[in-house]
Design a protein. Structure first.
Lengths: 728, 179
C-alpha cells in the first residue's frame, strides 16, 4: 500500500496538550463539592485487624468521614477477569499483605485527609509464618494443569542428549512505577456513577463497576482521556477505585483519591517474582533435542494472577520435544498483575539465558546457535508464520553492532580499565487482534471526528487514529479530532497486549467508510452537490468527493448545501479466520555491550542495537520510542529493579523512587533501533502488528549474557546488582 | 473489631496564613494552612495542574517549577516559603509568540510518551540550558537531567530535544562556551 500519512513520522496530535500542561489526566480533575480520599494501609502483611483508633482523626479539621470494615456499603464481587483484585475493600478484618487498605479518610482538602490519615492507629493480631517471597522459600506452589504444554518426549530426549544444560533462574518482583499514580474521581449524579480513572481499559472498568455496585451498565461511565502511563497495572481496576466510589455514594459528594507512591507500590500491582528451571538438550552441532521449562510465579492470597512464563517457549525455536509447566505460589504481597509483556518477559529471559549457557557449553557463537534452531513454521501449532523476518533482524542488527568482531573468551575484550562484554538475545511477542467498534463523523466545517472506547497510554493511539483518518480521507491532521478514553464511546480494546493498533484501526477505517457512504448519499440525493450521480462513481480525494468528470466538492460544502451539521458512520471490525491459517508473532533481536570496570566496580550498559520486526509501524517515531523505552525498562530489570520484601515479615521495604531504582537519564546507553518495514496484511489492512511490549522481551537476557561475556560470571538471580558481580 | 463511637468533640480549627506570590507573571494571593506544599497549592488551589506529582518526596522531578528562575522540586517547598517569589510553571513556559523552544523541540523529537513527566523535564531543561555550571555536551546534560525520571524511558529523544532547543534558544549556553 502506497501511503501518504501512515508509515510516515508524525508528531503526536495530542502533543501540544501534553507539552503545555493542558492534557487532562485523572489526577488533574476537580469537580464542584469534591472531597479528597486518603487511604490508610495495614502495617503488617499477615494477620487480622483488631482495633482501629479513629477518634483523633475524626476530630481533625475538615474530616468528613472515615470508611472501614463495618462502615462501608455492602457490594458485590466482580469476576476474576474483570478486576485486578477480587476482594472488596474492607470486606473483612483479615490482612493479606502490607499496604492493604484498612480505612479511607475523606476530608475537604488533600492536606486535611493526609494529616488525619497519618493519625490513625491500628491494633493487629499479627501472625507468624508470613510467606514473604517465592524466592525465600522452597515451597513449590500449585501446579496449573491448564498451563501445561507438551510435545514429543522431552524427558527421554533430554536424557539421551549429548549436551545438556540444567539451571534455575530467579527474577525478583518488579514495580511498574508508572509516573501517574493510580487515581479515581467518583461522582454520583442521579443514580449514575461517573468515574474518572487513570485506566488502560475504560470499557472494562465500566462493566466491573456496574457489577460491583449492582447497577445497569448504562448507569456507569468511566473516563480516562490522558494516562500518566500504565504498564499493565491499570488494565483492571483496584480496590482504591471501589473504596472511592463507595465513599462518594455514602456521602453524596464526589471523592477523589490519588494513591501516594508508597501505597501505589504496595497495593497497585507488581510483576511477580519467578523461579524457572530450564533444561535444554542438544546435539554437538547445536540442534535442540529437548526444551523443558518449569516455572513458578507468585500471586497474592486474594487474587489468582497467573504470569504465564512458558507461553513463548514452544514457538520460539524448532525442537521436537518440548514441555512447559507452571506453578503458582500464594505469598503475602500485594496482588501481582500483568506488567509489560507479561509472562514472556520473564520466560524468554530464562530461555535466552539458558541458550547462552548452551552456546558456551558447545563452544558455539550464541547467534549461530539461534540460527541453527530457526523455526520456519510455528512449531507449537505447525502453522506457517503470517510473516517472519527474524533472520534479517539477526543479520542487520549483528552487522550494525559489529558482532563479527566478538572474541568469545570471557573478559578478553578490553578498553583501558574497562572490560567489554557483548551479549545478544531474541525478542518475541504475539500479535493479537480483537473485535472493535468505532464512530466517525464528517462535519460541515470540513473537520472529521473519530471516536473509539480505547485509550492512549502514551503509545500514541490518538495519533495513529488521526493518521488512519487522514490517510483514507485526505483531510489534514489538524482538522481531525480524535476522542478516546470514554466508556460511552463505541467499545474498544484494553490498552494492553500490543493489540490496539491491529484492533482499533480497522474499526476506525470501517466507520469512516460508512461515513463516506452516508456522505455520498447526501451528495447524490435531491439538491445534492452530485444529484443523480451513481455513488459508486464518486471518489474520495483530499477531503472532497470527485466524480468521473473531475468535479470536486469538499465534504464541508456537501453538508452545508443540505443544511446538515454532519454525517456519521459506525463501524465494526473483527478478526476473520486468519488464525486458523497462520501463527502471529513479532520477532526481533537485541545486541548489547556492557562495560565492567573492576577497579571501581562499575557496571554499565553502554550500547544496545536492536532490530524489531513489528510489521508496519503506523507512526515510526512513536513506534521507535516504544522500543527505546522498553530497552530502558529492560536495563532496570537487568541491573537494579527489585521489590524488597522483608524476609522476616513480608513488608515492602523499598516503596519509593529513591530505594527502588529505575533507570535515569545518565543510565541511558547509546541506543540504535531498527524497525524493518515488512507490513503484515494477514493481520489487518494496515499491516501493523503492534509494538508496545516486544522491545522488553530478551533485553535483560542480552544484558546478562553480556555480563557473563565481560566477567565470566553467570548470574542467575536477577537483577544483577553490583555485589553479585563482585563476589560470585 | 470493637469500633469506638463517633466522637462528639468539636473539630479543631485550622490556622491559615496569607501568601502573596507571582505565578506565571500574575500576582496571586493564597489563604492556606501552613502545611500546604507549593505543588498542591498550584494544582489544587490555583488550578495549575500542568505541574505533576510523581512521588511527593523529591525523588522523581515531575513537580519541577522555577522559583526566581531556578528549577526546584515544588513537592519539597512549602507554599508559605514562596512569599514574594516568582514562580513559573509549565503553563507559563510558552509565550504569545508560541511554544518555548524547549516545548517545540520536545514536539519535534517525540521526547515523551505518556507526557506525565514531561512538564518537569521541560522545566528542568529550560533552566539547565541557561545554567553556566553545566556543560553543553551530552554527558553533562544527561547527568544534569538525572533528577527527572521518565518511566516511559524517552530519554534518548529528551536528550535530542534538549540539544535541539539549545540551538534555538537565544539565552541557552552554546557548545564551546566557557563559564
Ligand atoms: S513529585 Fe516532587 S520530585 Fe516527585
Ligand atoms: S513520558 Fe511517561 S514518564 Fe516520561
Amino acid at each position: 500500500m502506497d501511503t501518504q500519512v501512515i508509515g510516515h513520522r508524525t508528531p503526536r496530535v495530542d502533543g501540544e496538550f501534553k507539552l503545555t500542561g493542558q492534557a487532562d489526566y485523572t489526577v488533574d480533575w476537580q469537580v464542584r463539592d469534591m472531597l479528597y480520599g486518603y487511604p490508610v494501609s495495614a502495617s503488617i502483611a499477615h494477620g487480622t485487624l483488631k482495633t482501629l483508633h479513629l477518634d483523633t482523626a475524626r476530630a481533625m479539621p475538615g474530616v468528613v468521614d472515615i470508611f472501614h470494615h463495618g462502615h462501608f456499603p455492602e457490594l458485590y464481587r466482580a469476576s476474576k477477569n474483570q478486576v485486578s483484585e477480587m476482594r472488596l475493600p474492607f470486606e473483612d478484618e483479615r490482612i493479606h499483605y502490607d499496604g492493604q487498605y484498612i480505612a479511607l479518610v475523606v476530608a475537604e482538602s488533600f492536606e486535611q485527609a493526609r494529616a488525619a490519615a497519618h493519625t490513625v492507629q491500628a491494633d493487629y493480631h499479627q501472625e507468624e509464618g508470613a510467606r514473604t517471597s517465592l524466592l525465600d522459600t522452597n515451597q513449590e506452589g500449585q501446579l496449573l494443569e491448564s498451563e501445561g504444554v507438551s510435545r514429543g518426549d522431552p524427558e527421554k530426549a533430554f536424557d539421551e542428549a549429548p549436551v545438556t544444560i540444567d539451571h534455575t533462574y530467579d527474577i525478583a518482583a518488579e514495580s511498574h512505577m508508572q509516573m501517574e499514580m493510580h487515581a479515581t474521581l467518583a461522582e454520583w449524579r442521579d443514580e449514575r456513577l461517573i468515574v474518572h480513572e487513570s485506566s488502560q481499559g475504560v470499557v472494562y472498568q465500566h462493566k466491573a463497576m456496574a457489577r460491583i455496585f449492582g447497577l445497569p451498565e448504562e448507569s456507569v461511565e468511566v473516563v480516562s482521556h490522558y494516562i500518566g502511563s500504565g504498564f499493565g497495572n491499570k488494565l483492571f481496576m483496584w480496590p482504591h477505585a471501589v473504596a472511592t466510589a463507595g465513599a462518594a455514594q455514602m456521602l453524596g459528594r464526589p471523592v477523589k483519591t490519588i494513591l501516594p507512591r508508597q501505597q501505589d507500590m504496595e497495593s497497585g500491582g507488581n510483576r511477580p517474582a519467578s523461579r524457572q528451571r530450564l533444561r535444554l538438550g542438544a546435539k554437538q552441532d547445536g540442534t535442540l533435542l529437548s526444551i523443558r521449562h518449569d516455572s513458578t510465579t507468585e500471586t497474592s492470597f486474594v487474587h489468582p494472577y497467573v504470569d504465564s512464563l512458558g507461553s513463548a517457549t514452544p514457538s520460539l525455536y524448532a525442537c521436537d520435544n518440548v514441555a512447559i509447566s507452571q506453578r503458582l505460589l500464594e505469598v503475602n504481597h500485594g496482588t501481582p498483575c500483568p506488567m509489560r509483556a507479561p509472562g514472556e518477559t520473564s520466560g524468554i529471559h530464562a530461555l535466552e539465558t539458558a541458550l547462552d549457557e548452551l552456546a558456551v557449553e558447545l563452544g558455539m557463537d550464541p547467534l549461530e546457535l539461534r540460527r541453527r534452531n530457526y523455526a520456519k513454521n510455528d512449531p507449537a501449532s505447525g502453522l506457517p508464520w503470517s510473516s517472519k523476518y527474524l533472520d534479517d533482524c539477526y543479520t542487520n542488527a549483528a552487522k550494525r553492532f559489529g558482532w563479527e568482531k566478538r572474541n568469545p573468551t570471557p573478559g578478553a575484550m578490553r578498553d583501558g580499565d574497562e572490560v567489554i562484554g557483548w551479549g545478544m538475545a531474541t525478542a518475541c511477542w504475539p500479535a493479537m487482534r480483537l473485535s472493535c467498534s468505532a464512530r466517525v463523523e464528517l462535519r460541515d466545517d470540513g473537520s472529521v471526528m473519530a471516536a473509539c472506547g480505547t485509550q492512549d497510554i502514551g503509545t500514541g493511539t490518538y495519533t495513529i487514529v488521526a493518521q488512519t483518518v487522514a490517510e483514507l480521507s485526505g483531510v489534514p491532521l489538524k482538522d481531525i479530532e480524535v476522542r478516546l478514553g470514554e466508556s460511552t464511546l463505541p467499545a474498544g480494546p484494553l490498552s494492553g497486549g500490543s493489540m490496539v493498533t491491529a484492533t482499533a484501526l480497522p474499526a476506525v477505517a470501517a466507520a469512516l467508510r460508512n461515513a463516506f457512504d452516508a456522505l455520498k448519499e447526501v451528495a447524490t440525493g435531491e439538491n445534492g452537490a452530485f444529484e443523480g450521480c451513481d455513488p459508486d462513481n464518486l471518489e474520495i480525494e483530499a477531503g472532497a468527493l470527485v466524480d468521473k468528470q473531475g468535479k470536486r466538492v469538499s465534504f464541508g460544502e456537501i453538508l452545508s448545501q443540505q443544511k446538515l451539521g454532519s454525517v456519521s458512520g459506525d463501524g465494526q471490525a473483527a478478526p476473520g479466520d486468519e488464525k486458523s491459517q497462520y501463527s502471529f508473532r513479532s520477532f526481533g533481536a537485541h545486541f548489547v555491550e556492557v562495560r565492567w570496570d573492576p577497579g571501581i566496580s562499575r557496571l554499565r550498559v553502554a550500547r544496545v542495537v536492536s532490530s524489531i520486526d513489528i510489521g508496519r509501524a503506523i507512526n515510526p517515531s512513536a513506534a521507535r520510542n516504544q522500543v527505546e523505552g522498553s530497552i530502558v525498562m529492560g536495563i532496570g530489570m537487568a541491573l537494579t529493579e527489585k521489590l524488597d520484601y522483608d524476609p522476616r515479615d513480608g513488608r515492602l521495604i523499598n516503596n519509593n523512587y529513591a530505594d527502588y531504582i529505575v533507570p535515569c537519564h545518565a543510565d541511558m546507553p547509546e541506543i540504535d533501533v531498527e524497525l524493518p518495514d515488512n507490513p503484515d496484511y494477514t493481520l489487518n489492512e494496515f499491516g501493523a502488528r503492534g509494538v508496545g511490549e516486544i522491545g522488553l522481551t530478551g533485553i535483560a537476557a542480552a544484558i546478562g549474557n553480556a555480563v557473563y561475556h565481560a566477567t565470566g560470571k553467570r548470574i542467575r538471580e536477577f537483577p544483577i546488582t553490583l555485589e553479585k558481580v563482585m563476589d560470585t | 473489631m470493637n469500633m469506638k463511637e463517633y466522637s462528639t468533640q468539636t473539630k479543631a480549627v485550622e490556622t491559615e496564613t496569607t501568601v502573596t506570590l507571582t505565578v506565571n507573571g500574575e500576582p496571586r494571593q493564597l489563604r492556606i494552612p501552613p502545611n500546604v506544599v507549593l505543588l498542591d497549592a498550584l494544582r489544587d488551589r490555583l488550578g495549575l495542574t500542568g505541574t505533576k506529582k510523581g512521588c511527593d518526596h523529591g525523588q522523581c522531578g515531575a513537580c519541577t517549577v522555577h522559583i526566581d528562575g531556578q528549577a526546584i522540586n515544588s513537592c519539597l517547598t512549602l507554599a508559605v516559603m514562596c512569599e514574594g517569589r516568582e514562580v513559573t510553571t509549565i503553563e507559563g513556559l510558552a509565550s504569545d509568540a508560541g511554544l518555548h523552544p524547549v516545548q517545540q523541540a520536545f514536539l519535534e523529537n517525540d521526547a515523551y510518551q505518556c507526557g506525565f513527566c514531561t512538564p518537569g523535564q521541560m522545566m528542568s531543561a529550560s533552566a539547565m540550558l541557561e545554567d553556566e555550571r553545566i556543560g553543553t555536551d551530552d554527558a553533562a546534560v544527561r547527568e544534569a537531567m538525572s533528577g527527572n525520571i521518565c518511566r516511559c524511558g524517552a530519554y534518548k529523544n529528551i536528550l535530542a530535544a534538549i540539544q535541539t532547543a539549545r540551538g534555538q534558544m537565544p539565552t541557552a549556553r552554546k557548545e564551546g562556551e566557557v563559564s
